[in-house]
Write a protein that binds this ligand. Structure first.
Ligand code: CAA
Ligand code: FAD
Length: 379
């Protein structure tokens, strides 16, 4: 592995850092308080090519590698974890799945506007009774000849109301178990497709999370992705890559909190010296920096492997497992280092601590990552 960044990677990293500081930072506390979707900021992310980063330019994307994606996701999440998850879902769950597994007509119709960021997408796997246990999908898609009839409920869907295009997994042949599941492209506004109320969340409050209800929604046959029964493999393969995005989000949250804590430790004085001069504080920062470096290496390793066309089931899961734990550990300590100031919104770290928690839950909980990793271990 070569972790020296190319000039192009350094440039895109700098552009993302600049964007995060100038466009995301100013309103981030307010958006969190009001649970406000960053509409204008997402438009600017689209202009910068951040919503279809790895998609081939012939389909409206930026044609960049996964390492660049990790760098940009990290910079965005350092400042605004909500903007980061909006970006991650569009890039690594929606666009990546469409580009790899859809036919040309589906790509032209759906991938192009999504990769350009003209519209955004959502990935709909979870259900009230099928979260970690994703094979037990209860949403059904019954084959009616020219179309499928979609019925059921998805929950916890990121970009739930802001999306225009939804990738929905549903069971077509229950007797076949996970081999009977299909993935479909569904459009907002179709008859029988209803968006439930917005969830009131602990963190990533700027992102919109909703249940989706499907009541006899007619999905044209040509909107099925891949062969009949391909849907569960589609979802798992897409999630392998998605986990690199969430690992980078976690890395960004940790890095943002660490940088603020380090700065604060050199400004705040107690007992006649900077608090950094107390070994208890300096050692916390040493641990934080070490964990962040390890998380970064795991993210870059998984990204490099993806760029090399390797199987990233294990490396993506390891990156997510470790980076999300790092995000939790580092943000808790960042609040501690800030003392009372850490507990109020203007110092940012309390928001980062709330945002960090979700990285251990979505795109497979930490326990699920351990299942994935342990199943990949060989003697
Ligand atoms: N990559 C590729 N294929 C995989 C896979 C992976 N990581 N994990 C499982 N599969 C395949 C298996 O090979 C198997 O296929 P075959 O039978 O054809 O060989 C099939 O999927 C079923 O696998 P298992 O028998 O292992 O199924 P299981 O029920 O024991 O466990 C699981 C599967 C790994 C726990 C899986 O259900 C899982 O990943 N759960 C977590 C779901 C998840 O990550 N949800 C995220 C929703 S999206 C989201 O959260 C977005 C967001 O927040 C922003
Ligand atoms: P459960 O599966 O009920 O798990 C409960 C607990 O039991 C967890 O600690 C879990 O790790 C543990 N557990 C379960 N099974 C096992 C096992 N076999 N071994 C050990 N421990 C186990 N989903 C989407 O499809 N699309 C989205 O865009 C999306 N966005 C989300 C956004 C937010 C803010 C949230 C909160 C969730 C989102 N999700 C999304 C759903 C998310 O992926 C699920 O919440 C997650 O996969 C866990 O499922 P669950 O909530 O049903 O928990």
């Amino acid at each position: 592995m070569d972790f020296n960044l190319t000039e192009e990677q350094k440039m895109i990293q700098a552009a993302a850092r600049d964007f995060a500081q100038t466009e995301l930072l100013p309103g981030v506390v307010e958006r969190d308080e009001l649970a406000k979707f960053p509409t204008e900021q997402v438009k600017k992310m689209a202009e910068l090519g951040f919503l279809g980063m790895m998609v081939d330019p012939k389909y409206g994307g930026s044609g960049m590698d996964t390492v660049s994606y990790v760098l940009v996701m990290t910079e965005i999440a350092k400042v605004d974890a909500s903007a980061a998850v909006i970006m991650s879902v569009n890039n690594s769950l929606v666009c990546a799945g469409l580009e790899k597994y859809c036919n040309e007509a589906q790509k032209q119709k759906y991938l192009v506007p999504l990769a350009k960021g003209d519209i955004i997408g959502a990935f709909c796997l979870s259900e009230p009774n099928a979260g970690s246990d994703a094979t037990s999908q209860k949403t059904t898609a019954i084959d009616k000849g020219d179309y499928y009839l979609l019925n059921g409920t998805k929950n916890w869907i990121t970009n739930g109301s802001s999306a225009s295009t939804y990738i929905v997994m549903a069971q077509t042949h229950p007797e076949k178990g996970h081999k009977g599941i299909n993935a479909f492209i569904v459009e907002k506004g179709w008859n029988g497709f209803e968006i439930g109320p917005k969830e009131k969340k602990m963190g990533i409050r700027g992102s919109d999370t909703h249940s989706l209800l499907f009541n006899d929604v007619k999905v044209p046959k040509e909107n099925r992705i891949g062969e009949d029964g391909f849907g569960f493999h589609f979802a798992m393969a897409v999630l392998n890559g998605g986990r690199i995005g969430i690992a980078s989000q976690a890395l960004g949250i940790a890095t943002g909190a660490y940088e603020l804590a380090l700065k604060y430790s050199h400004v705040r004085q107690s007992f006649g010296k900077e608090i950094f001069q107390h070994q208890a504080i300096a050692f916390k920062l040493a641990d934080m920096a070490t964990q962040i470096m390890a998380a970064k290496m795991l993210c870059l390793k998984a990204a490099s492997e993806k760029d090399a066309g390797m199987d990233i089931t294990q490396s993506g899961a390891m990156a997510k497992l470790f980076a999300s734990q790092t995000a939790m550990d580092v943000t808790v300590e960042a609040v501690q280092i800030h003392g009372g100031n850490g507990y109020v919104s203007e110092y940012h770290v309390e928001r980062m601590m709330r945002d960090a928690k979700i990285t251990q839950i979505y795109e497979g909980t930490s326990e699920i990552q351990k299942i994935v990793i342990s199943r990949s271990l060989t003697v």
